[in-house]
Design a protein around this ligand. Structure first.
Ligand code: KIV
Ligand code: ZN
Length: 506
């Protein structure tokens, strides 16, 4: 059995299925580049047949991201498999991941298929995928609630048809570590039958908070691939956290005895990027990447850590890229200082984008004493880099005890500055009403979140919105020291995306 554990990251597929997440193909590409920098082994880039947008995202990632194997999910339907192959074929190395439900409840109630029909579809699906590529993964969905004998029979049939990875999903997060080890040991023995070119994999959901524990326990049963998502995002309570698996295996090598290829120093940046683009905040006490993961509050702990970090820390913050952000810019910083700060965070901006981001930093620095590294990253990500149909110039809100809040927003449309007014139940509501007027778009607000980026009274707030326009969803982010302005920026970003998408549709 190999000592190498394959990290299969599904942030862009199962992670993106989490409610309210709506990543654009460009956002998915940005995350995929960062996952490549993290050096995960496999990136599941999406489910190519599920939508044109996902097809485009998978295809762009396959064309542009080098390093990891690029995968797409596919049902055992010929069209799904063909579509996955079309999207993936430009990758250096790619994998088609076919799945089919195998539990009685899924087969009877959802698929309305008999076990024989399911078995036949698996063999046909895997065979078709193998016609395109040697690297084929099969997942029996809801494996942990599947009759064990049927599970083994289907997985064996998949291997005989050419599958090289057999993934055992705990689709509904029902299993426990002891039970999962028992199941995986059986799958390992009876499905691989001594073949060391067949990899047994796990895919655990977190409904009972056991996803990471179940996945790690499976290593003892011979599993050599773990499917996981950054920040643990995914359907319902989410998936196994990529960062937790990587650091558990690295920190407790004595327990797991497997090697990984990940560059752990990229974990923090990857976590923050995923959080920013999905709009899903990272809980403060999240293991490895949470703001407090290396913070010591009580006097006894602080005293211990000051004497020797190892008294209360089992990992070095630098090892996961949490080296603490340095303060790098203030209101007196000039263009050279700004360029230097960008170099430090590894960002290069072309003339126009540089100027826009610089103006934004100056504008914020006027209202805030200092801008740190994390804030700078967000400002750069938040500053429109290309041509937006409409540019946010500024806003003014008025309201008070007895007054209906009223917002006036200034927008630049085709080079002309124009003002629009709106009223609402609160300041944010009023600002959105004014923006709807300015864009002349009927946009419903589906999701709205505010997260403080850093601590302190002058902290910047990051606002994420998801809007619905003509049955489609678009996400947008905005950042500002003022929550209402940040909200307006986020709304403008989402509205601009809806205009961009319409223009592409022609
Ligand atoms: O949870 C699940 O069963 C899945 C499969 C499609 C792998 O996501
Ligand atoms: Zn899943």
């Amino acid at each position: 059995m190999s000592d190498r554990l394959v990290i299969f990251d599904t942030t862009l597929r199962d992670g993106e299925q989490a409610p309210g997440i709506a990543l654009t193909p460009d956002e998915k590409l940005t995350i995929a580049h960062q996952l490549a920098a993290l050096r995960v082994d496999v990136i599941e880039a999406g489910f190519a047949a599920s939508s044109d947008g996902d097809f485009e995202a998978v295809a762009n990632i396959a064309k542009q991201v080098r390093g990891p194997v690029i995968a797409s999910l596919a049902r055992c339907h010929p069209d799904d498999i063909d579509r996955a192959n079309d999207a993936l074929k430009h990758a250096d190395r790619y994998r088609i991941h076919v799945f089919q439900s195998t539990s009685a409840i899924h087969m009877e109630r959802m698929l309305r298929m008999s076990p024989d029909e399911v078995m036949k579809s698996v063999v046909e699906g895997v065979t078709r995928a193998r016609g395109y590529v040697d690297d084929v993964e099969f997942s029996p969905q809801d494996a942990t609630r599947t009759d064990v004998d049927f599970l083994i029979a289907v997985c064996r049939a998949a291997v005989d048809a050419g599958a090289t990875t057999i993934n055992v999903p705990d689709t509904v997060g029902y299993s426990t570590p002891t039970e999962f080890v028992e199941l995986l040991s059986k799958v390992y023995a009876e499905v691989t039958r001594g073949r060391d070119d067949i990899i047994v994999s796990t895919h655990c959901h977190n409904d009972l908070g056991l996803a990471v524990a179940n996945s790690l326990s499976a290593i003892h049963a011979g599993a050599r691939q773990i499917e996981c998502a950054m920040n643990g995002i995914g359907e319902r309570a989410g998936n196994t956290s990529t960062e937790e698996v990587i650091m558990a295996v690295k920190t407790r090598e004595d327990q797991f005895g497997v090697e990984i290829g990940a560059d752990t120093t990229q974990l923090f940046d990857t976590s923050r990027l995923v959080s920013r683009l999905t709009g899903y905040p990272v809980q403060f006490n999240k293991a490895v990447v949470g703001r407090n993961a290396f913070a010591h509050e009580s006097g006894i702990h602080q005293h211990g850590v000051l004497r020797d970090r190892l008294t209360y820390e089992i990992m070095d913050p630098a090892e996961v890229g949490q080296s603490g952000s340095q303060i790098i810019l203030g209101k007196h910083s000039g263009r050279a200082g700004f360029q230097d700060a960008l170099n430090k965070i590894g960002v290069s901006l072309e003339d126009d984008a540089f100027q826009r981001a610089f103006n934004r930093v100056k504008e914020l620095a006027d209202r805030k004493v200092e801008i740190n590294e994390e804030e700078l990253r967000i400002i750069v990500a938040d500053t429109p880099q290309g041509d937006n149909a409409v540019e946010f110039v500024g806003m003014h809100v008025a309201g008070g005890n007895d007054m209906t809040p009223e917002a006036t927003v200034k927008l630049r449309i085709d080079g002309d500055e124009q003002s629009f007014k709106g009223t609402g139940d609160g300041m944010v509501h009023a600002a959105f009403a004014a923006l709807r007027q300015g864009f002349a778009i009927e946009a419903g607000l589906i999701d709205y979140r505010v997260v403080p980026v850093t601590a302190g009274a002058d902290a910047m707030a990051e606002v994420s919105v998801v809007i619905g326009v003509d049955g489609k969803t678009y996400s947008g982010r905005g950042i500002d020291t003022d929550v209402v302005t940040g909200s307006a920026r986020a709304f403008v970003a989402a509205l601009n995306k809806s205009i961009g998408a319409k223009a592409e549709e022609g």
